[in-house]
Design a protein around this ligand. Sequence first.
Ligand SMILES: *[C@@H]1O[C@H](CO)[C@@H](O)[C@H](O)[C@H]1NC(C)=O
Ligand SMILES: *[C@@H]1O[C@H](CO)[C@@H](O)[C@H](O)[C@H]1NC(C)=O
Ligand SMILES: *[C@@H]1O[C@H](CO)[C@@H](O)[C@H](O)[C@H]1NC(C)=O
Ligand SMILES: *[C@@H]1O[C@H](CO)[C@@H](O)[C@H](O)[C@H]1NC(C)=O
Ligand SMILES: *[C@@H]1O[C@H](CO)[C@@H](O)[C@H](O)[C@H]1NC(C)=O
Length: 810
Amino acid sequence: MENLNLLFLTEALLCFMCPCLSKQTPRVSFHKGNPGRHLTHFSSHEVSNTTTLLLSENGDVLYVGARDAVLALDVSHKDVIMLRDKLDWSPSDKDLEQCSMKGKKKADCPNFIRVLQFLNTSHLYACGTFAFSPRCTYINSDTFTMNVKPDEGRGRCPYDPFQRNTAIIVDGELYTGTVADYRGNRPVISRHLSEGRRVDMKLDDTLGWLEDTTFISSSFIPDEEKIFFFFSEVGQEYNFINKFIVSRVSQICLSDVGGQRTLQRRWTTFVKAQLLCQADNELPYNVIQDIDTLPPAEGASADDTLFYGIFTSQWSVNSGRSGVCSFRLRDIKSVFSGNYKVLNRDTLQWSTQVQEKVANPGECGLHNASDNALRFVKENFLADDSVQPAGRNLTMVSTEQYSHLTVQRVKGANNRDYTVLFLLTESGYLHKVVLLQNGAHIIEEVQVFEQPQPVKSLELSKPKGVIYVGTSEGLVRVPVANCSFYWTCAQCVLAQDPFCGWDTVKRACVEASNIQTNLGQDVERGNVEAVCNSVTYTHRARFGPNILPAGQLVSVSLNEVVRLQCPAASQLSEQLWECPNNRLSPDLYLHLGDGSLSFVATPATLGHYLCLSTENGYQQTMAIYHVKQKSSLIAQTPTTYTLRQTHPIPSTQAVARAGLGLQTSVGPKKIEARQRGTEPTLSSMDAHVITTQLKGNFTPWTQEPVQSAQGSCYLKELVVVSVLLVLSLSLSITLLFYFVKQRCRRQTAPQTATPIRDSARRTPMELEAHKMNQFLNKHNGQSLHTEQANGFGCNGVFRGSNGHLPNTPI
Ligand SMILES: *[C@@H]1O[C@H](CO)[C@@H](O)[C@H](O)[C@H]1NC(C)=O
Ligand SMILES: *[C@@H]1O[C@H](CO)[C@@H](O)[C@H](O)[C@H]1NC(C)=O
Ligand SMILES: *[C@@H]1O[C@H](CO)[C@@H](O)[C@H](O)[C@H]1NC(C)=O
Ligand SMILES: *[C@@H]1O[C@H](CO)[C@@H](O)[C@H](O)[C@H]1NC(C)=O
Ligand SMILES: *[C@@H]1O[C@H](CO)[C@@H](O)[C@H](O)[C@H]1NC(C)=O
């Protein structure tokens, strides 16, 4: 124990030194309402707190356990979810009155359905909290009616709707893990609905087989004829740490009918072991939140069954983060067949003693065993070893707090299997993650709800390729992929999505499962050159394999501040600006945090601009602008023109789509903004070009600490930046006039504004404003001596001009 104590201390110390996690960014983000991902909602004022979801085998009917109701939803239609049947099941007024009299809140007294399972081909079985007096019932799935007299639900369903439980029906018998008393202190794993020679079973609770347990999930493994339960509880073996929570796997055999004299009607096959989700020298992610079973690949042994779990940490160092770990059935079995810890009844200390094995704990078929053997298994139920995660490492660590997951094996175009995880964040995003050789890749995230939901459930429908998310507000259906969102071969390949591949005939990104022919796909590396270049395209490499965006004509007045937007190809891409045959001098151009480019329109800065996006070693052109001087004083809206019309050119819409739902930068500030749901999406090309007219009136510009950077939305920021621009321009011009006057008087060059040194302490907004100010000052200085700028601008026509201050529109 001492050693362990030391170990934990060391670990704690080590962890303070461990490097910060780098944030994993989803490649693409679909915010609510984004047309790139069509969600189907089902909500009705009668339906709330959808706690349990159960899908029919063919995926056409979804049964939903909600508050005071069980619903059957017709989910066979593509665009709508329809209510097929509804069964009201609410406590009577008298029940509610009693519930209130027991001191329970009225809002917690309804019947929250917590167990919903198929019993046989004609019936469902459901249990609910029923005003803190749990009940269960059979539901005829054809007539959708329940039997008149409900069963007692004690031991099958919790009393308190906020207590977690798990239930599974195998061969008409109900196996449950729940607290079995009103106060929620008695966790039990039990079997119900047994008939004939089979008997209902319980845990022997005299020995503390479970301690303060939170049940998470259960899984039936047919090859083993065993049911595995997953839960967290207080780790009594770590009694030196106050309430150290451990995550566990436990098992029982289907064949268990208890002992003859010892352990009558009690499990003889119950054993448990600790699940470790921990990286070397780091504090463990010790609290299991959810777990899902991934059956072995076709032809593989059942021992290769994997359990993928989400774990969070009890310690504040890791708060708000989660770890994902997978556990192999083989490893669990090997831990269960090893040694067991023994409790010293005098000192109440657990220890490992090598002792003579009278029986094998966890072994099925002990019902005829001797009392001696049964006493042995009764006391040896805590495995000495812990179950290590597969690969001895975490599958994934995230700064997101994940609450639910579901896992699927997906066949890629090369016929290889990929593991795809769907992870629901507390803030309402569904992350789709593919596990690659060098780690997890978040393909995309889809926002499924805006307000945090106290109740959540997740159900994957493999035949239909959709995920159902149940929340306090209702139900949302999310397709697992929308390949047509990726409109180029490059985008399709860069996504590294095993669901999608490039169809060279249709020239479209299509669902991999729908097609037999060879699809362009590279899930492992996302190598565009390798996949898309084999598809014959004769384009110049820099313009991408197939599509050149339409050019945008931007008409400006001289001295106007121009801001060109660059739609990001993805959140993992980096944006870069170029003018043909020129370099963008930092003296003239300001690269803004969102990837856009800002400059003052002068003869030297008119011309063509290309916005390039680089990702995974592949570069593509995202936008082309032609900045031109306005021919009249009347402002024109930017018009579209085409550039070198030798290739099929998509509408501006195609380029605009690039910006849809994609953030234009990947900086941490943006991510925060997105989490607060304030990030707008670029919805049209018009929004890509923002120009600000130079105003003549002068207002003294003070460097006020602009606090809005963290909380403001993008638009506000824009306005602030524009105003600052105008202000600083005015200031510069005033300085300029002052300077000209001074020069006339004293023939000496003035100093531009002194750079502010202590930039480290500024907010990003201040920094940007400061940068802008410096830039504008420089620019103004430059305007007086344009010779310096020759070759730095974007328009060859004006190069070598004598460079007097341009101020008259042509
Ligand atoms: C897929 O994305 C395309 C392009 O954004 C959109 O038009 C379409 O409606 C989307 N389909 C679904 C099912 O979300
Ligand atoms: C299913 O179980 C119910 C309840 O025990 C029973 O009434 C019904 O006959 C069973 N149906 C079938 C098809 O076995
Ligand atoms: C256990 O004993 C019963 C009779 O008590 C017998 O019918 C059964 O076959 C025995 N089972 C095993 C596995 O030995
Ligand atoms: C464990 O995984 C993390 C990322 O999750 C990785 O950085 C680390 O190198 C891995 N450690 C080992 C020993 O593979
Ligand atoms: C049911 O949903 C409401 C929000 O609609 C929430 O406030 C409440 O806590 C939920 N109740 C339970 C028992 O989950």
